[in-house]
Design a protein around this ligand. Structure first.
Ligand SMILES: [Zn+2]
Ligand SMILES: [Zn+2]
Length: 239
């Protein structure tokens, strides 16, 4: 199996090249022309870090950051030997917390969207947690986001997202229609660190459920300001 070391060829080759507006993310590199890493882990979290021509490597026609290029080569070797492996999780506390909270919110938020959508709105529900950077100047850190939305013919009726930022990997931020409505360090993080503990006490479970209830209550209040969630769960008129 040949290891590909060619430089990225945007617009050519088999892979997709997604330009990254903020330039290369490699520490100390100031290159402006950069592309997003193609790596997606087994939980559907995308790396999305940007690399320039020197800081991306091509494997199977796709560009990967240097860290993930090595991982993808190992995965290819394992598959060629007949012992396929799952792509390992991204090594990021912020990504892990974003994923944990998005999974915890999914049942309650998904049910609400289905109720509020009625006959006339579509649900935009992509389970991927995506990495992005808010500004080109890279003054702000990157962040991990998962979005739920209700669409209408005229655009978004409601757009809710959960965000965890790289420089505050313990804080969960809830944003609805562009406004930060709630920020909180989840109780299991303030106790022990990212991820649900393997064995939770009853008290810890109650705290965890209460955390998700608080987030859902914030979304409910926002939705009712938009006129959603009226009697019988039908969407009401939009204020
Ligand atoms: Zn670079
Ligand atoms: Zn990567």
């Amino acid at each position: 199996m040949a290891k590909t070391t060619a430089r990225p060829q945007p617009g050519g080759g088999a892979g997709e090249w997604v330009p990254a507006l903020g330039g290369c993310d490699h520490p100390g590199c100031g290159a402006a022309e950069a592309y997003r890493c193609h790596y997606v882990d087994r939980r559907q979290v995308e790396c999305g870090r940007a690399g320039c021509r020197d800081h991306l490597r091509i494997v199977d026609g796709h560009g990967y950051c240097l860290r993930h290029a090595s991982i993808v080569e190992v995965l290819r070797m394992a598959a060629a030997r007949g012992t396929p492996l799952l792509p390992p999780d991204l090594d990021s506390r912020a990504a892990s917390l974003g994923l944990t909270v998005s999974r915890g919110l999914e049942p309650g938020l998904g049910a609400r969207l289905r109720r509020w959508a009625g006959l006339h709105h579509s649900i935009l529900d992509d389970p991927t947690v995506r990495y992005g950077r808010p500004d080109r100047a890279r003054v702000e850190q990157g962040r991990w986001e998962r979005v739920w939305a209700l669409g209408s013919r005229n655009g978004y009726l409601l757009r809710v997202l959960i965000r965890v930022e790289d420089d505050r990997p313990e804080l969960v931020v809830l944003v609805a229609d562009g406004v930060v409505l709630h920020q909180e360090v989840p109780p299991w993080i303030s106790r022990r660190g990212p991820g649900f503990p393997a064995a939770e006490s009853v008290e810890a479970q109650a705290e965890r459920l209460a955390f998700f209830e608080r987030l859902l209550a914030v979304v409910d209040a926002h939705a009712s300001r938009l006129g959603l969630g009226g009697p019988g769960g039908r969407p009401g008129p939009i204020a």
